[in-house]
Ligand binder design. Structure first.
Ligand code: 5RP
Length: 259
């Protein structure tokens, strides 16, 4: 791995080896997602608690203060919508020139393994790695399931993460699942966990995040369970404590309740 990639990764992954990325990219296929109608306002109170922002170029340019002191992971795949035929039919939306112009510290894109567009999205990943490595820019692969949330189980996610790593992803973002250690064991690059749709209780979120960290994830890329919670700051503080302060579930619940 070249110096530029290592340097950029060191902005994203903190000296403790862990990271808490804040995704606000959902609008690229969901439109004005609940609580993300004004992304700049949504993230303002959360700034002290996350390490990097996962965002499209459009929202970055129109809603985020360029003086923000947080590295950016640019979402560069898209071209589909919730009301379209197939969420998997993605293309690369953002040029390497734009990635560099926006001073992104990494890029992120989805792969849809097992879908009709498996090869296309894996080509998106391979091409992106080929281009980004010329410029020292890390690539985060997102193992996406579209609307098929039931796909989130260990055998499938382990397959997706391993394929992403084999094609050159520097970091893989996937879902937590039962037997998550199987996913980690088969993936030779760092894994971060996404949250998925909002859970019923805060404890449920803390439990899976804590379990995933114990099993070897390096951190989180978790949005809706933070900013759709009635106390987004409480959630961000509690999750920060699990990721960076070795807090357990009980401590996280306590931190959340203190708000
Ligand atoms: C959506 C994404 C999100 O970044 C990812 O799903 C994490 O967000 P959440 O915790 O809300 O699921 O890739 O396109």
């Amino acid at each position: 791995m070249g110096w530029g990639i290592k340097n950029r990764l060191s902005r994203l992954i903190q000296p403790d080896g862990h990271c808490f990325f804040m995704p606000i990219d959902h609008g690229y296929f969901q439109g004005p997602t609940s609580c993300l109608e004004k992304p700049g306002e949504t993230i303002r109170p959360l700034l002290p608690y996350f390490d990097a922002l996962f965002v499209t170029r459009g929202v970055l340019r129109s809603c985020i203060d360029p003086a923000i002191d947080k590295p950016v992971i640019l979402r560069i795949s898209g071209g589909t919508s919730m009301v379209g035929k197939d969420l998997a039919n993605e293309m690369i939306t953002t040029s390497i020139e734009e990635v560099i112009r926006l001073n992104a510290s990494a890029v992120g894109l989805s792969i849809f393994i097992g879908s009709d567009y498996e090869k296309q999205t894996l080509k998106n990943l391979s091409d992106t790695v080929n281009i980004c490595e010329n410029y020292g820019i890390p690539v985060m692969a997102v193992t996406a399931v579209g609307k098929e949330l039931e796909k989130r189980e260990a055998r499938y996610l382990a397959l997706c993460c391993r394929i992403a790593a084999e094609l050159g992803a520097h970091v893989v973002k996937t879902y937590w699942c039962e037997n998550f250690e199987k996913v980690i064991k088969g993936c030779p690059v760092p894994v971060v966990m996404a949250g998925g749709p909002k859970c019923e209780t805060e404890r449920e979120v803390f439990e899976f995040v804590y379990d995933g960290m114990q099993k070897g994830a390096i951190g989180l890329n978790l949005g809706r369970n933070v900013w759709q919670n009635p106390s987004p700051v409480g959630m961000a503080k509690a999750l920060y404590a699990i990721i960076h302060e070795k807090a357990n579930v009980e401590t996280a619940v306590k931190i959340f309740n203190e708000k």
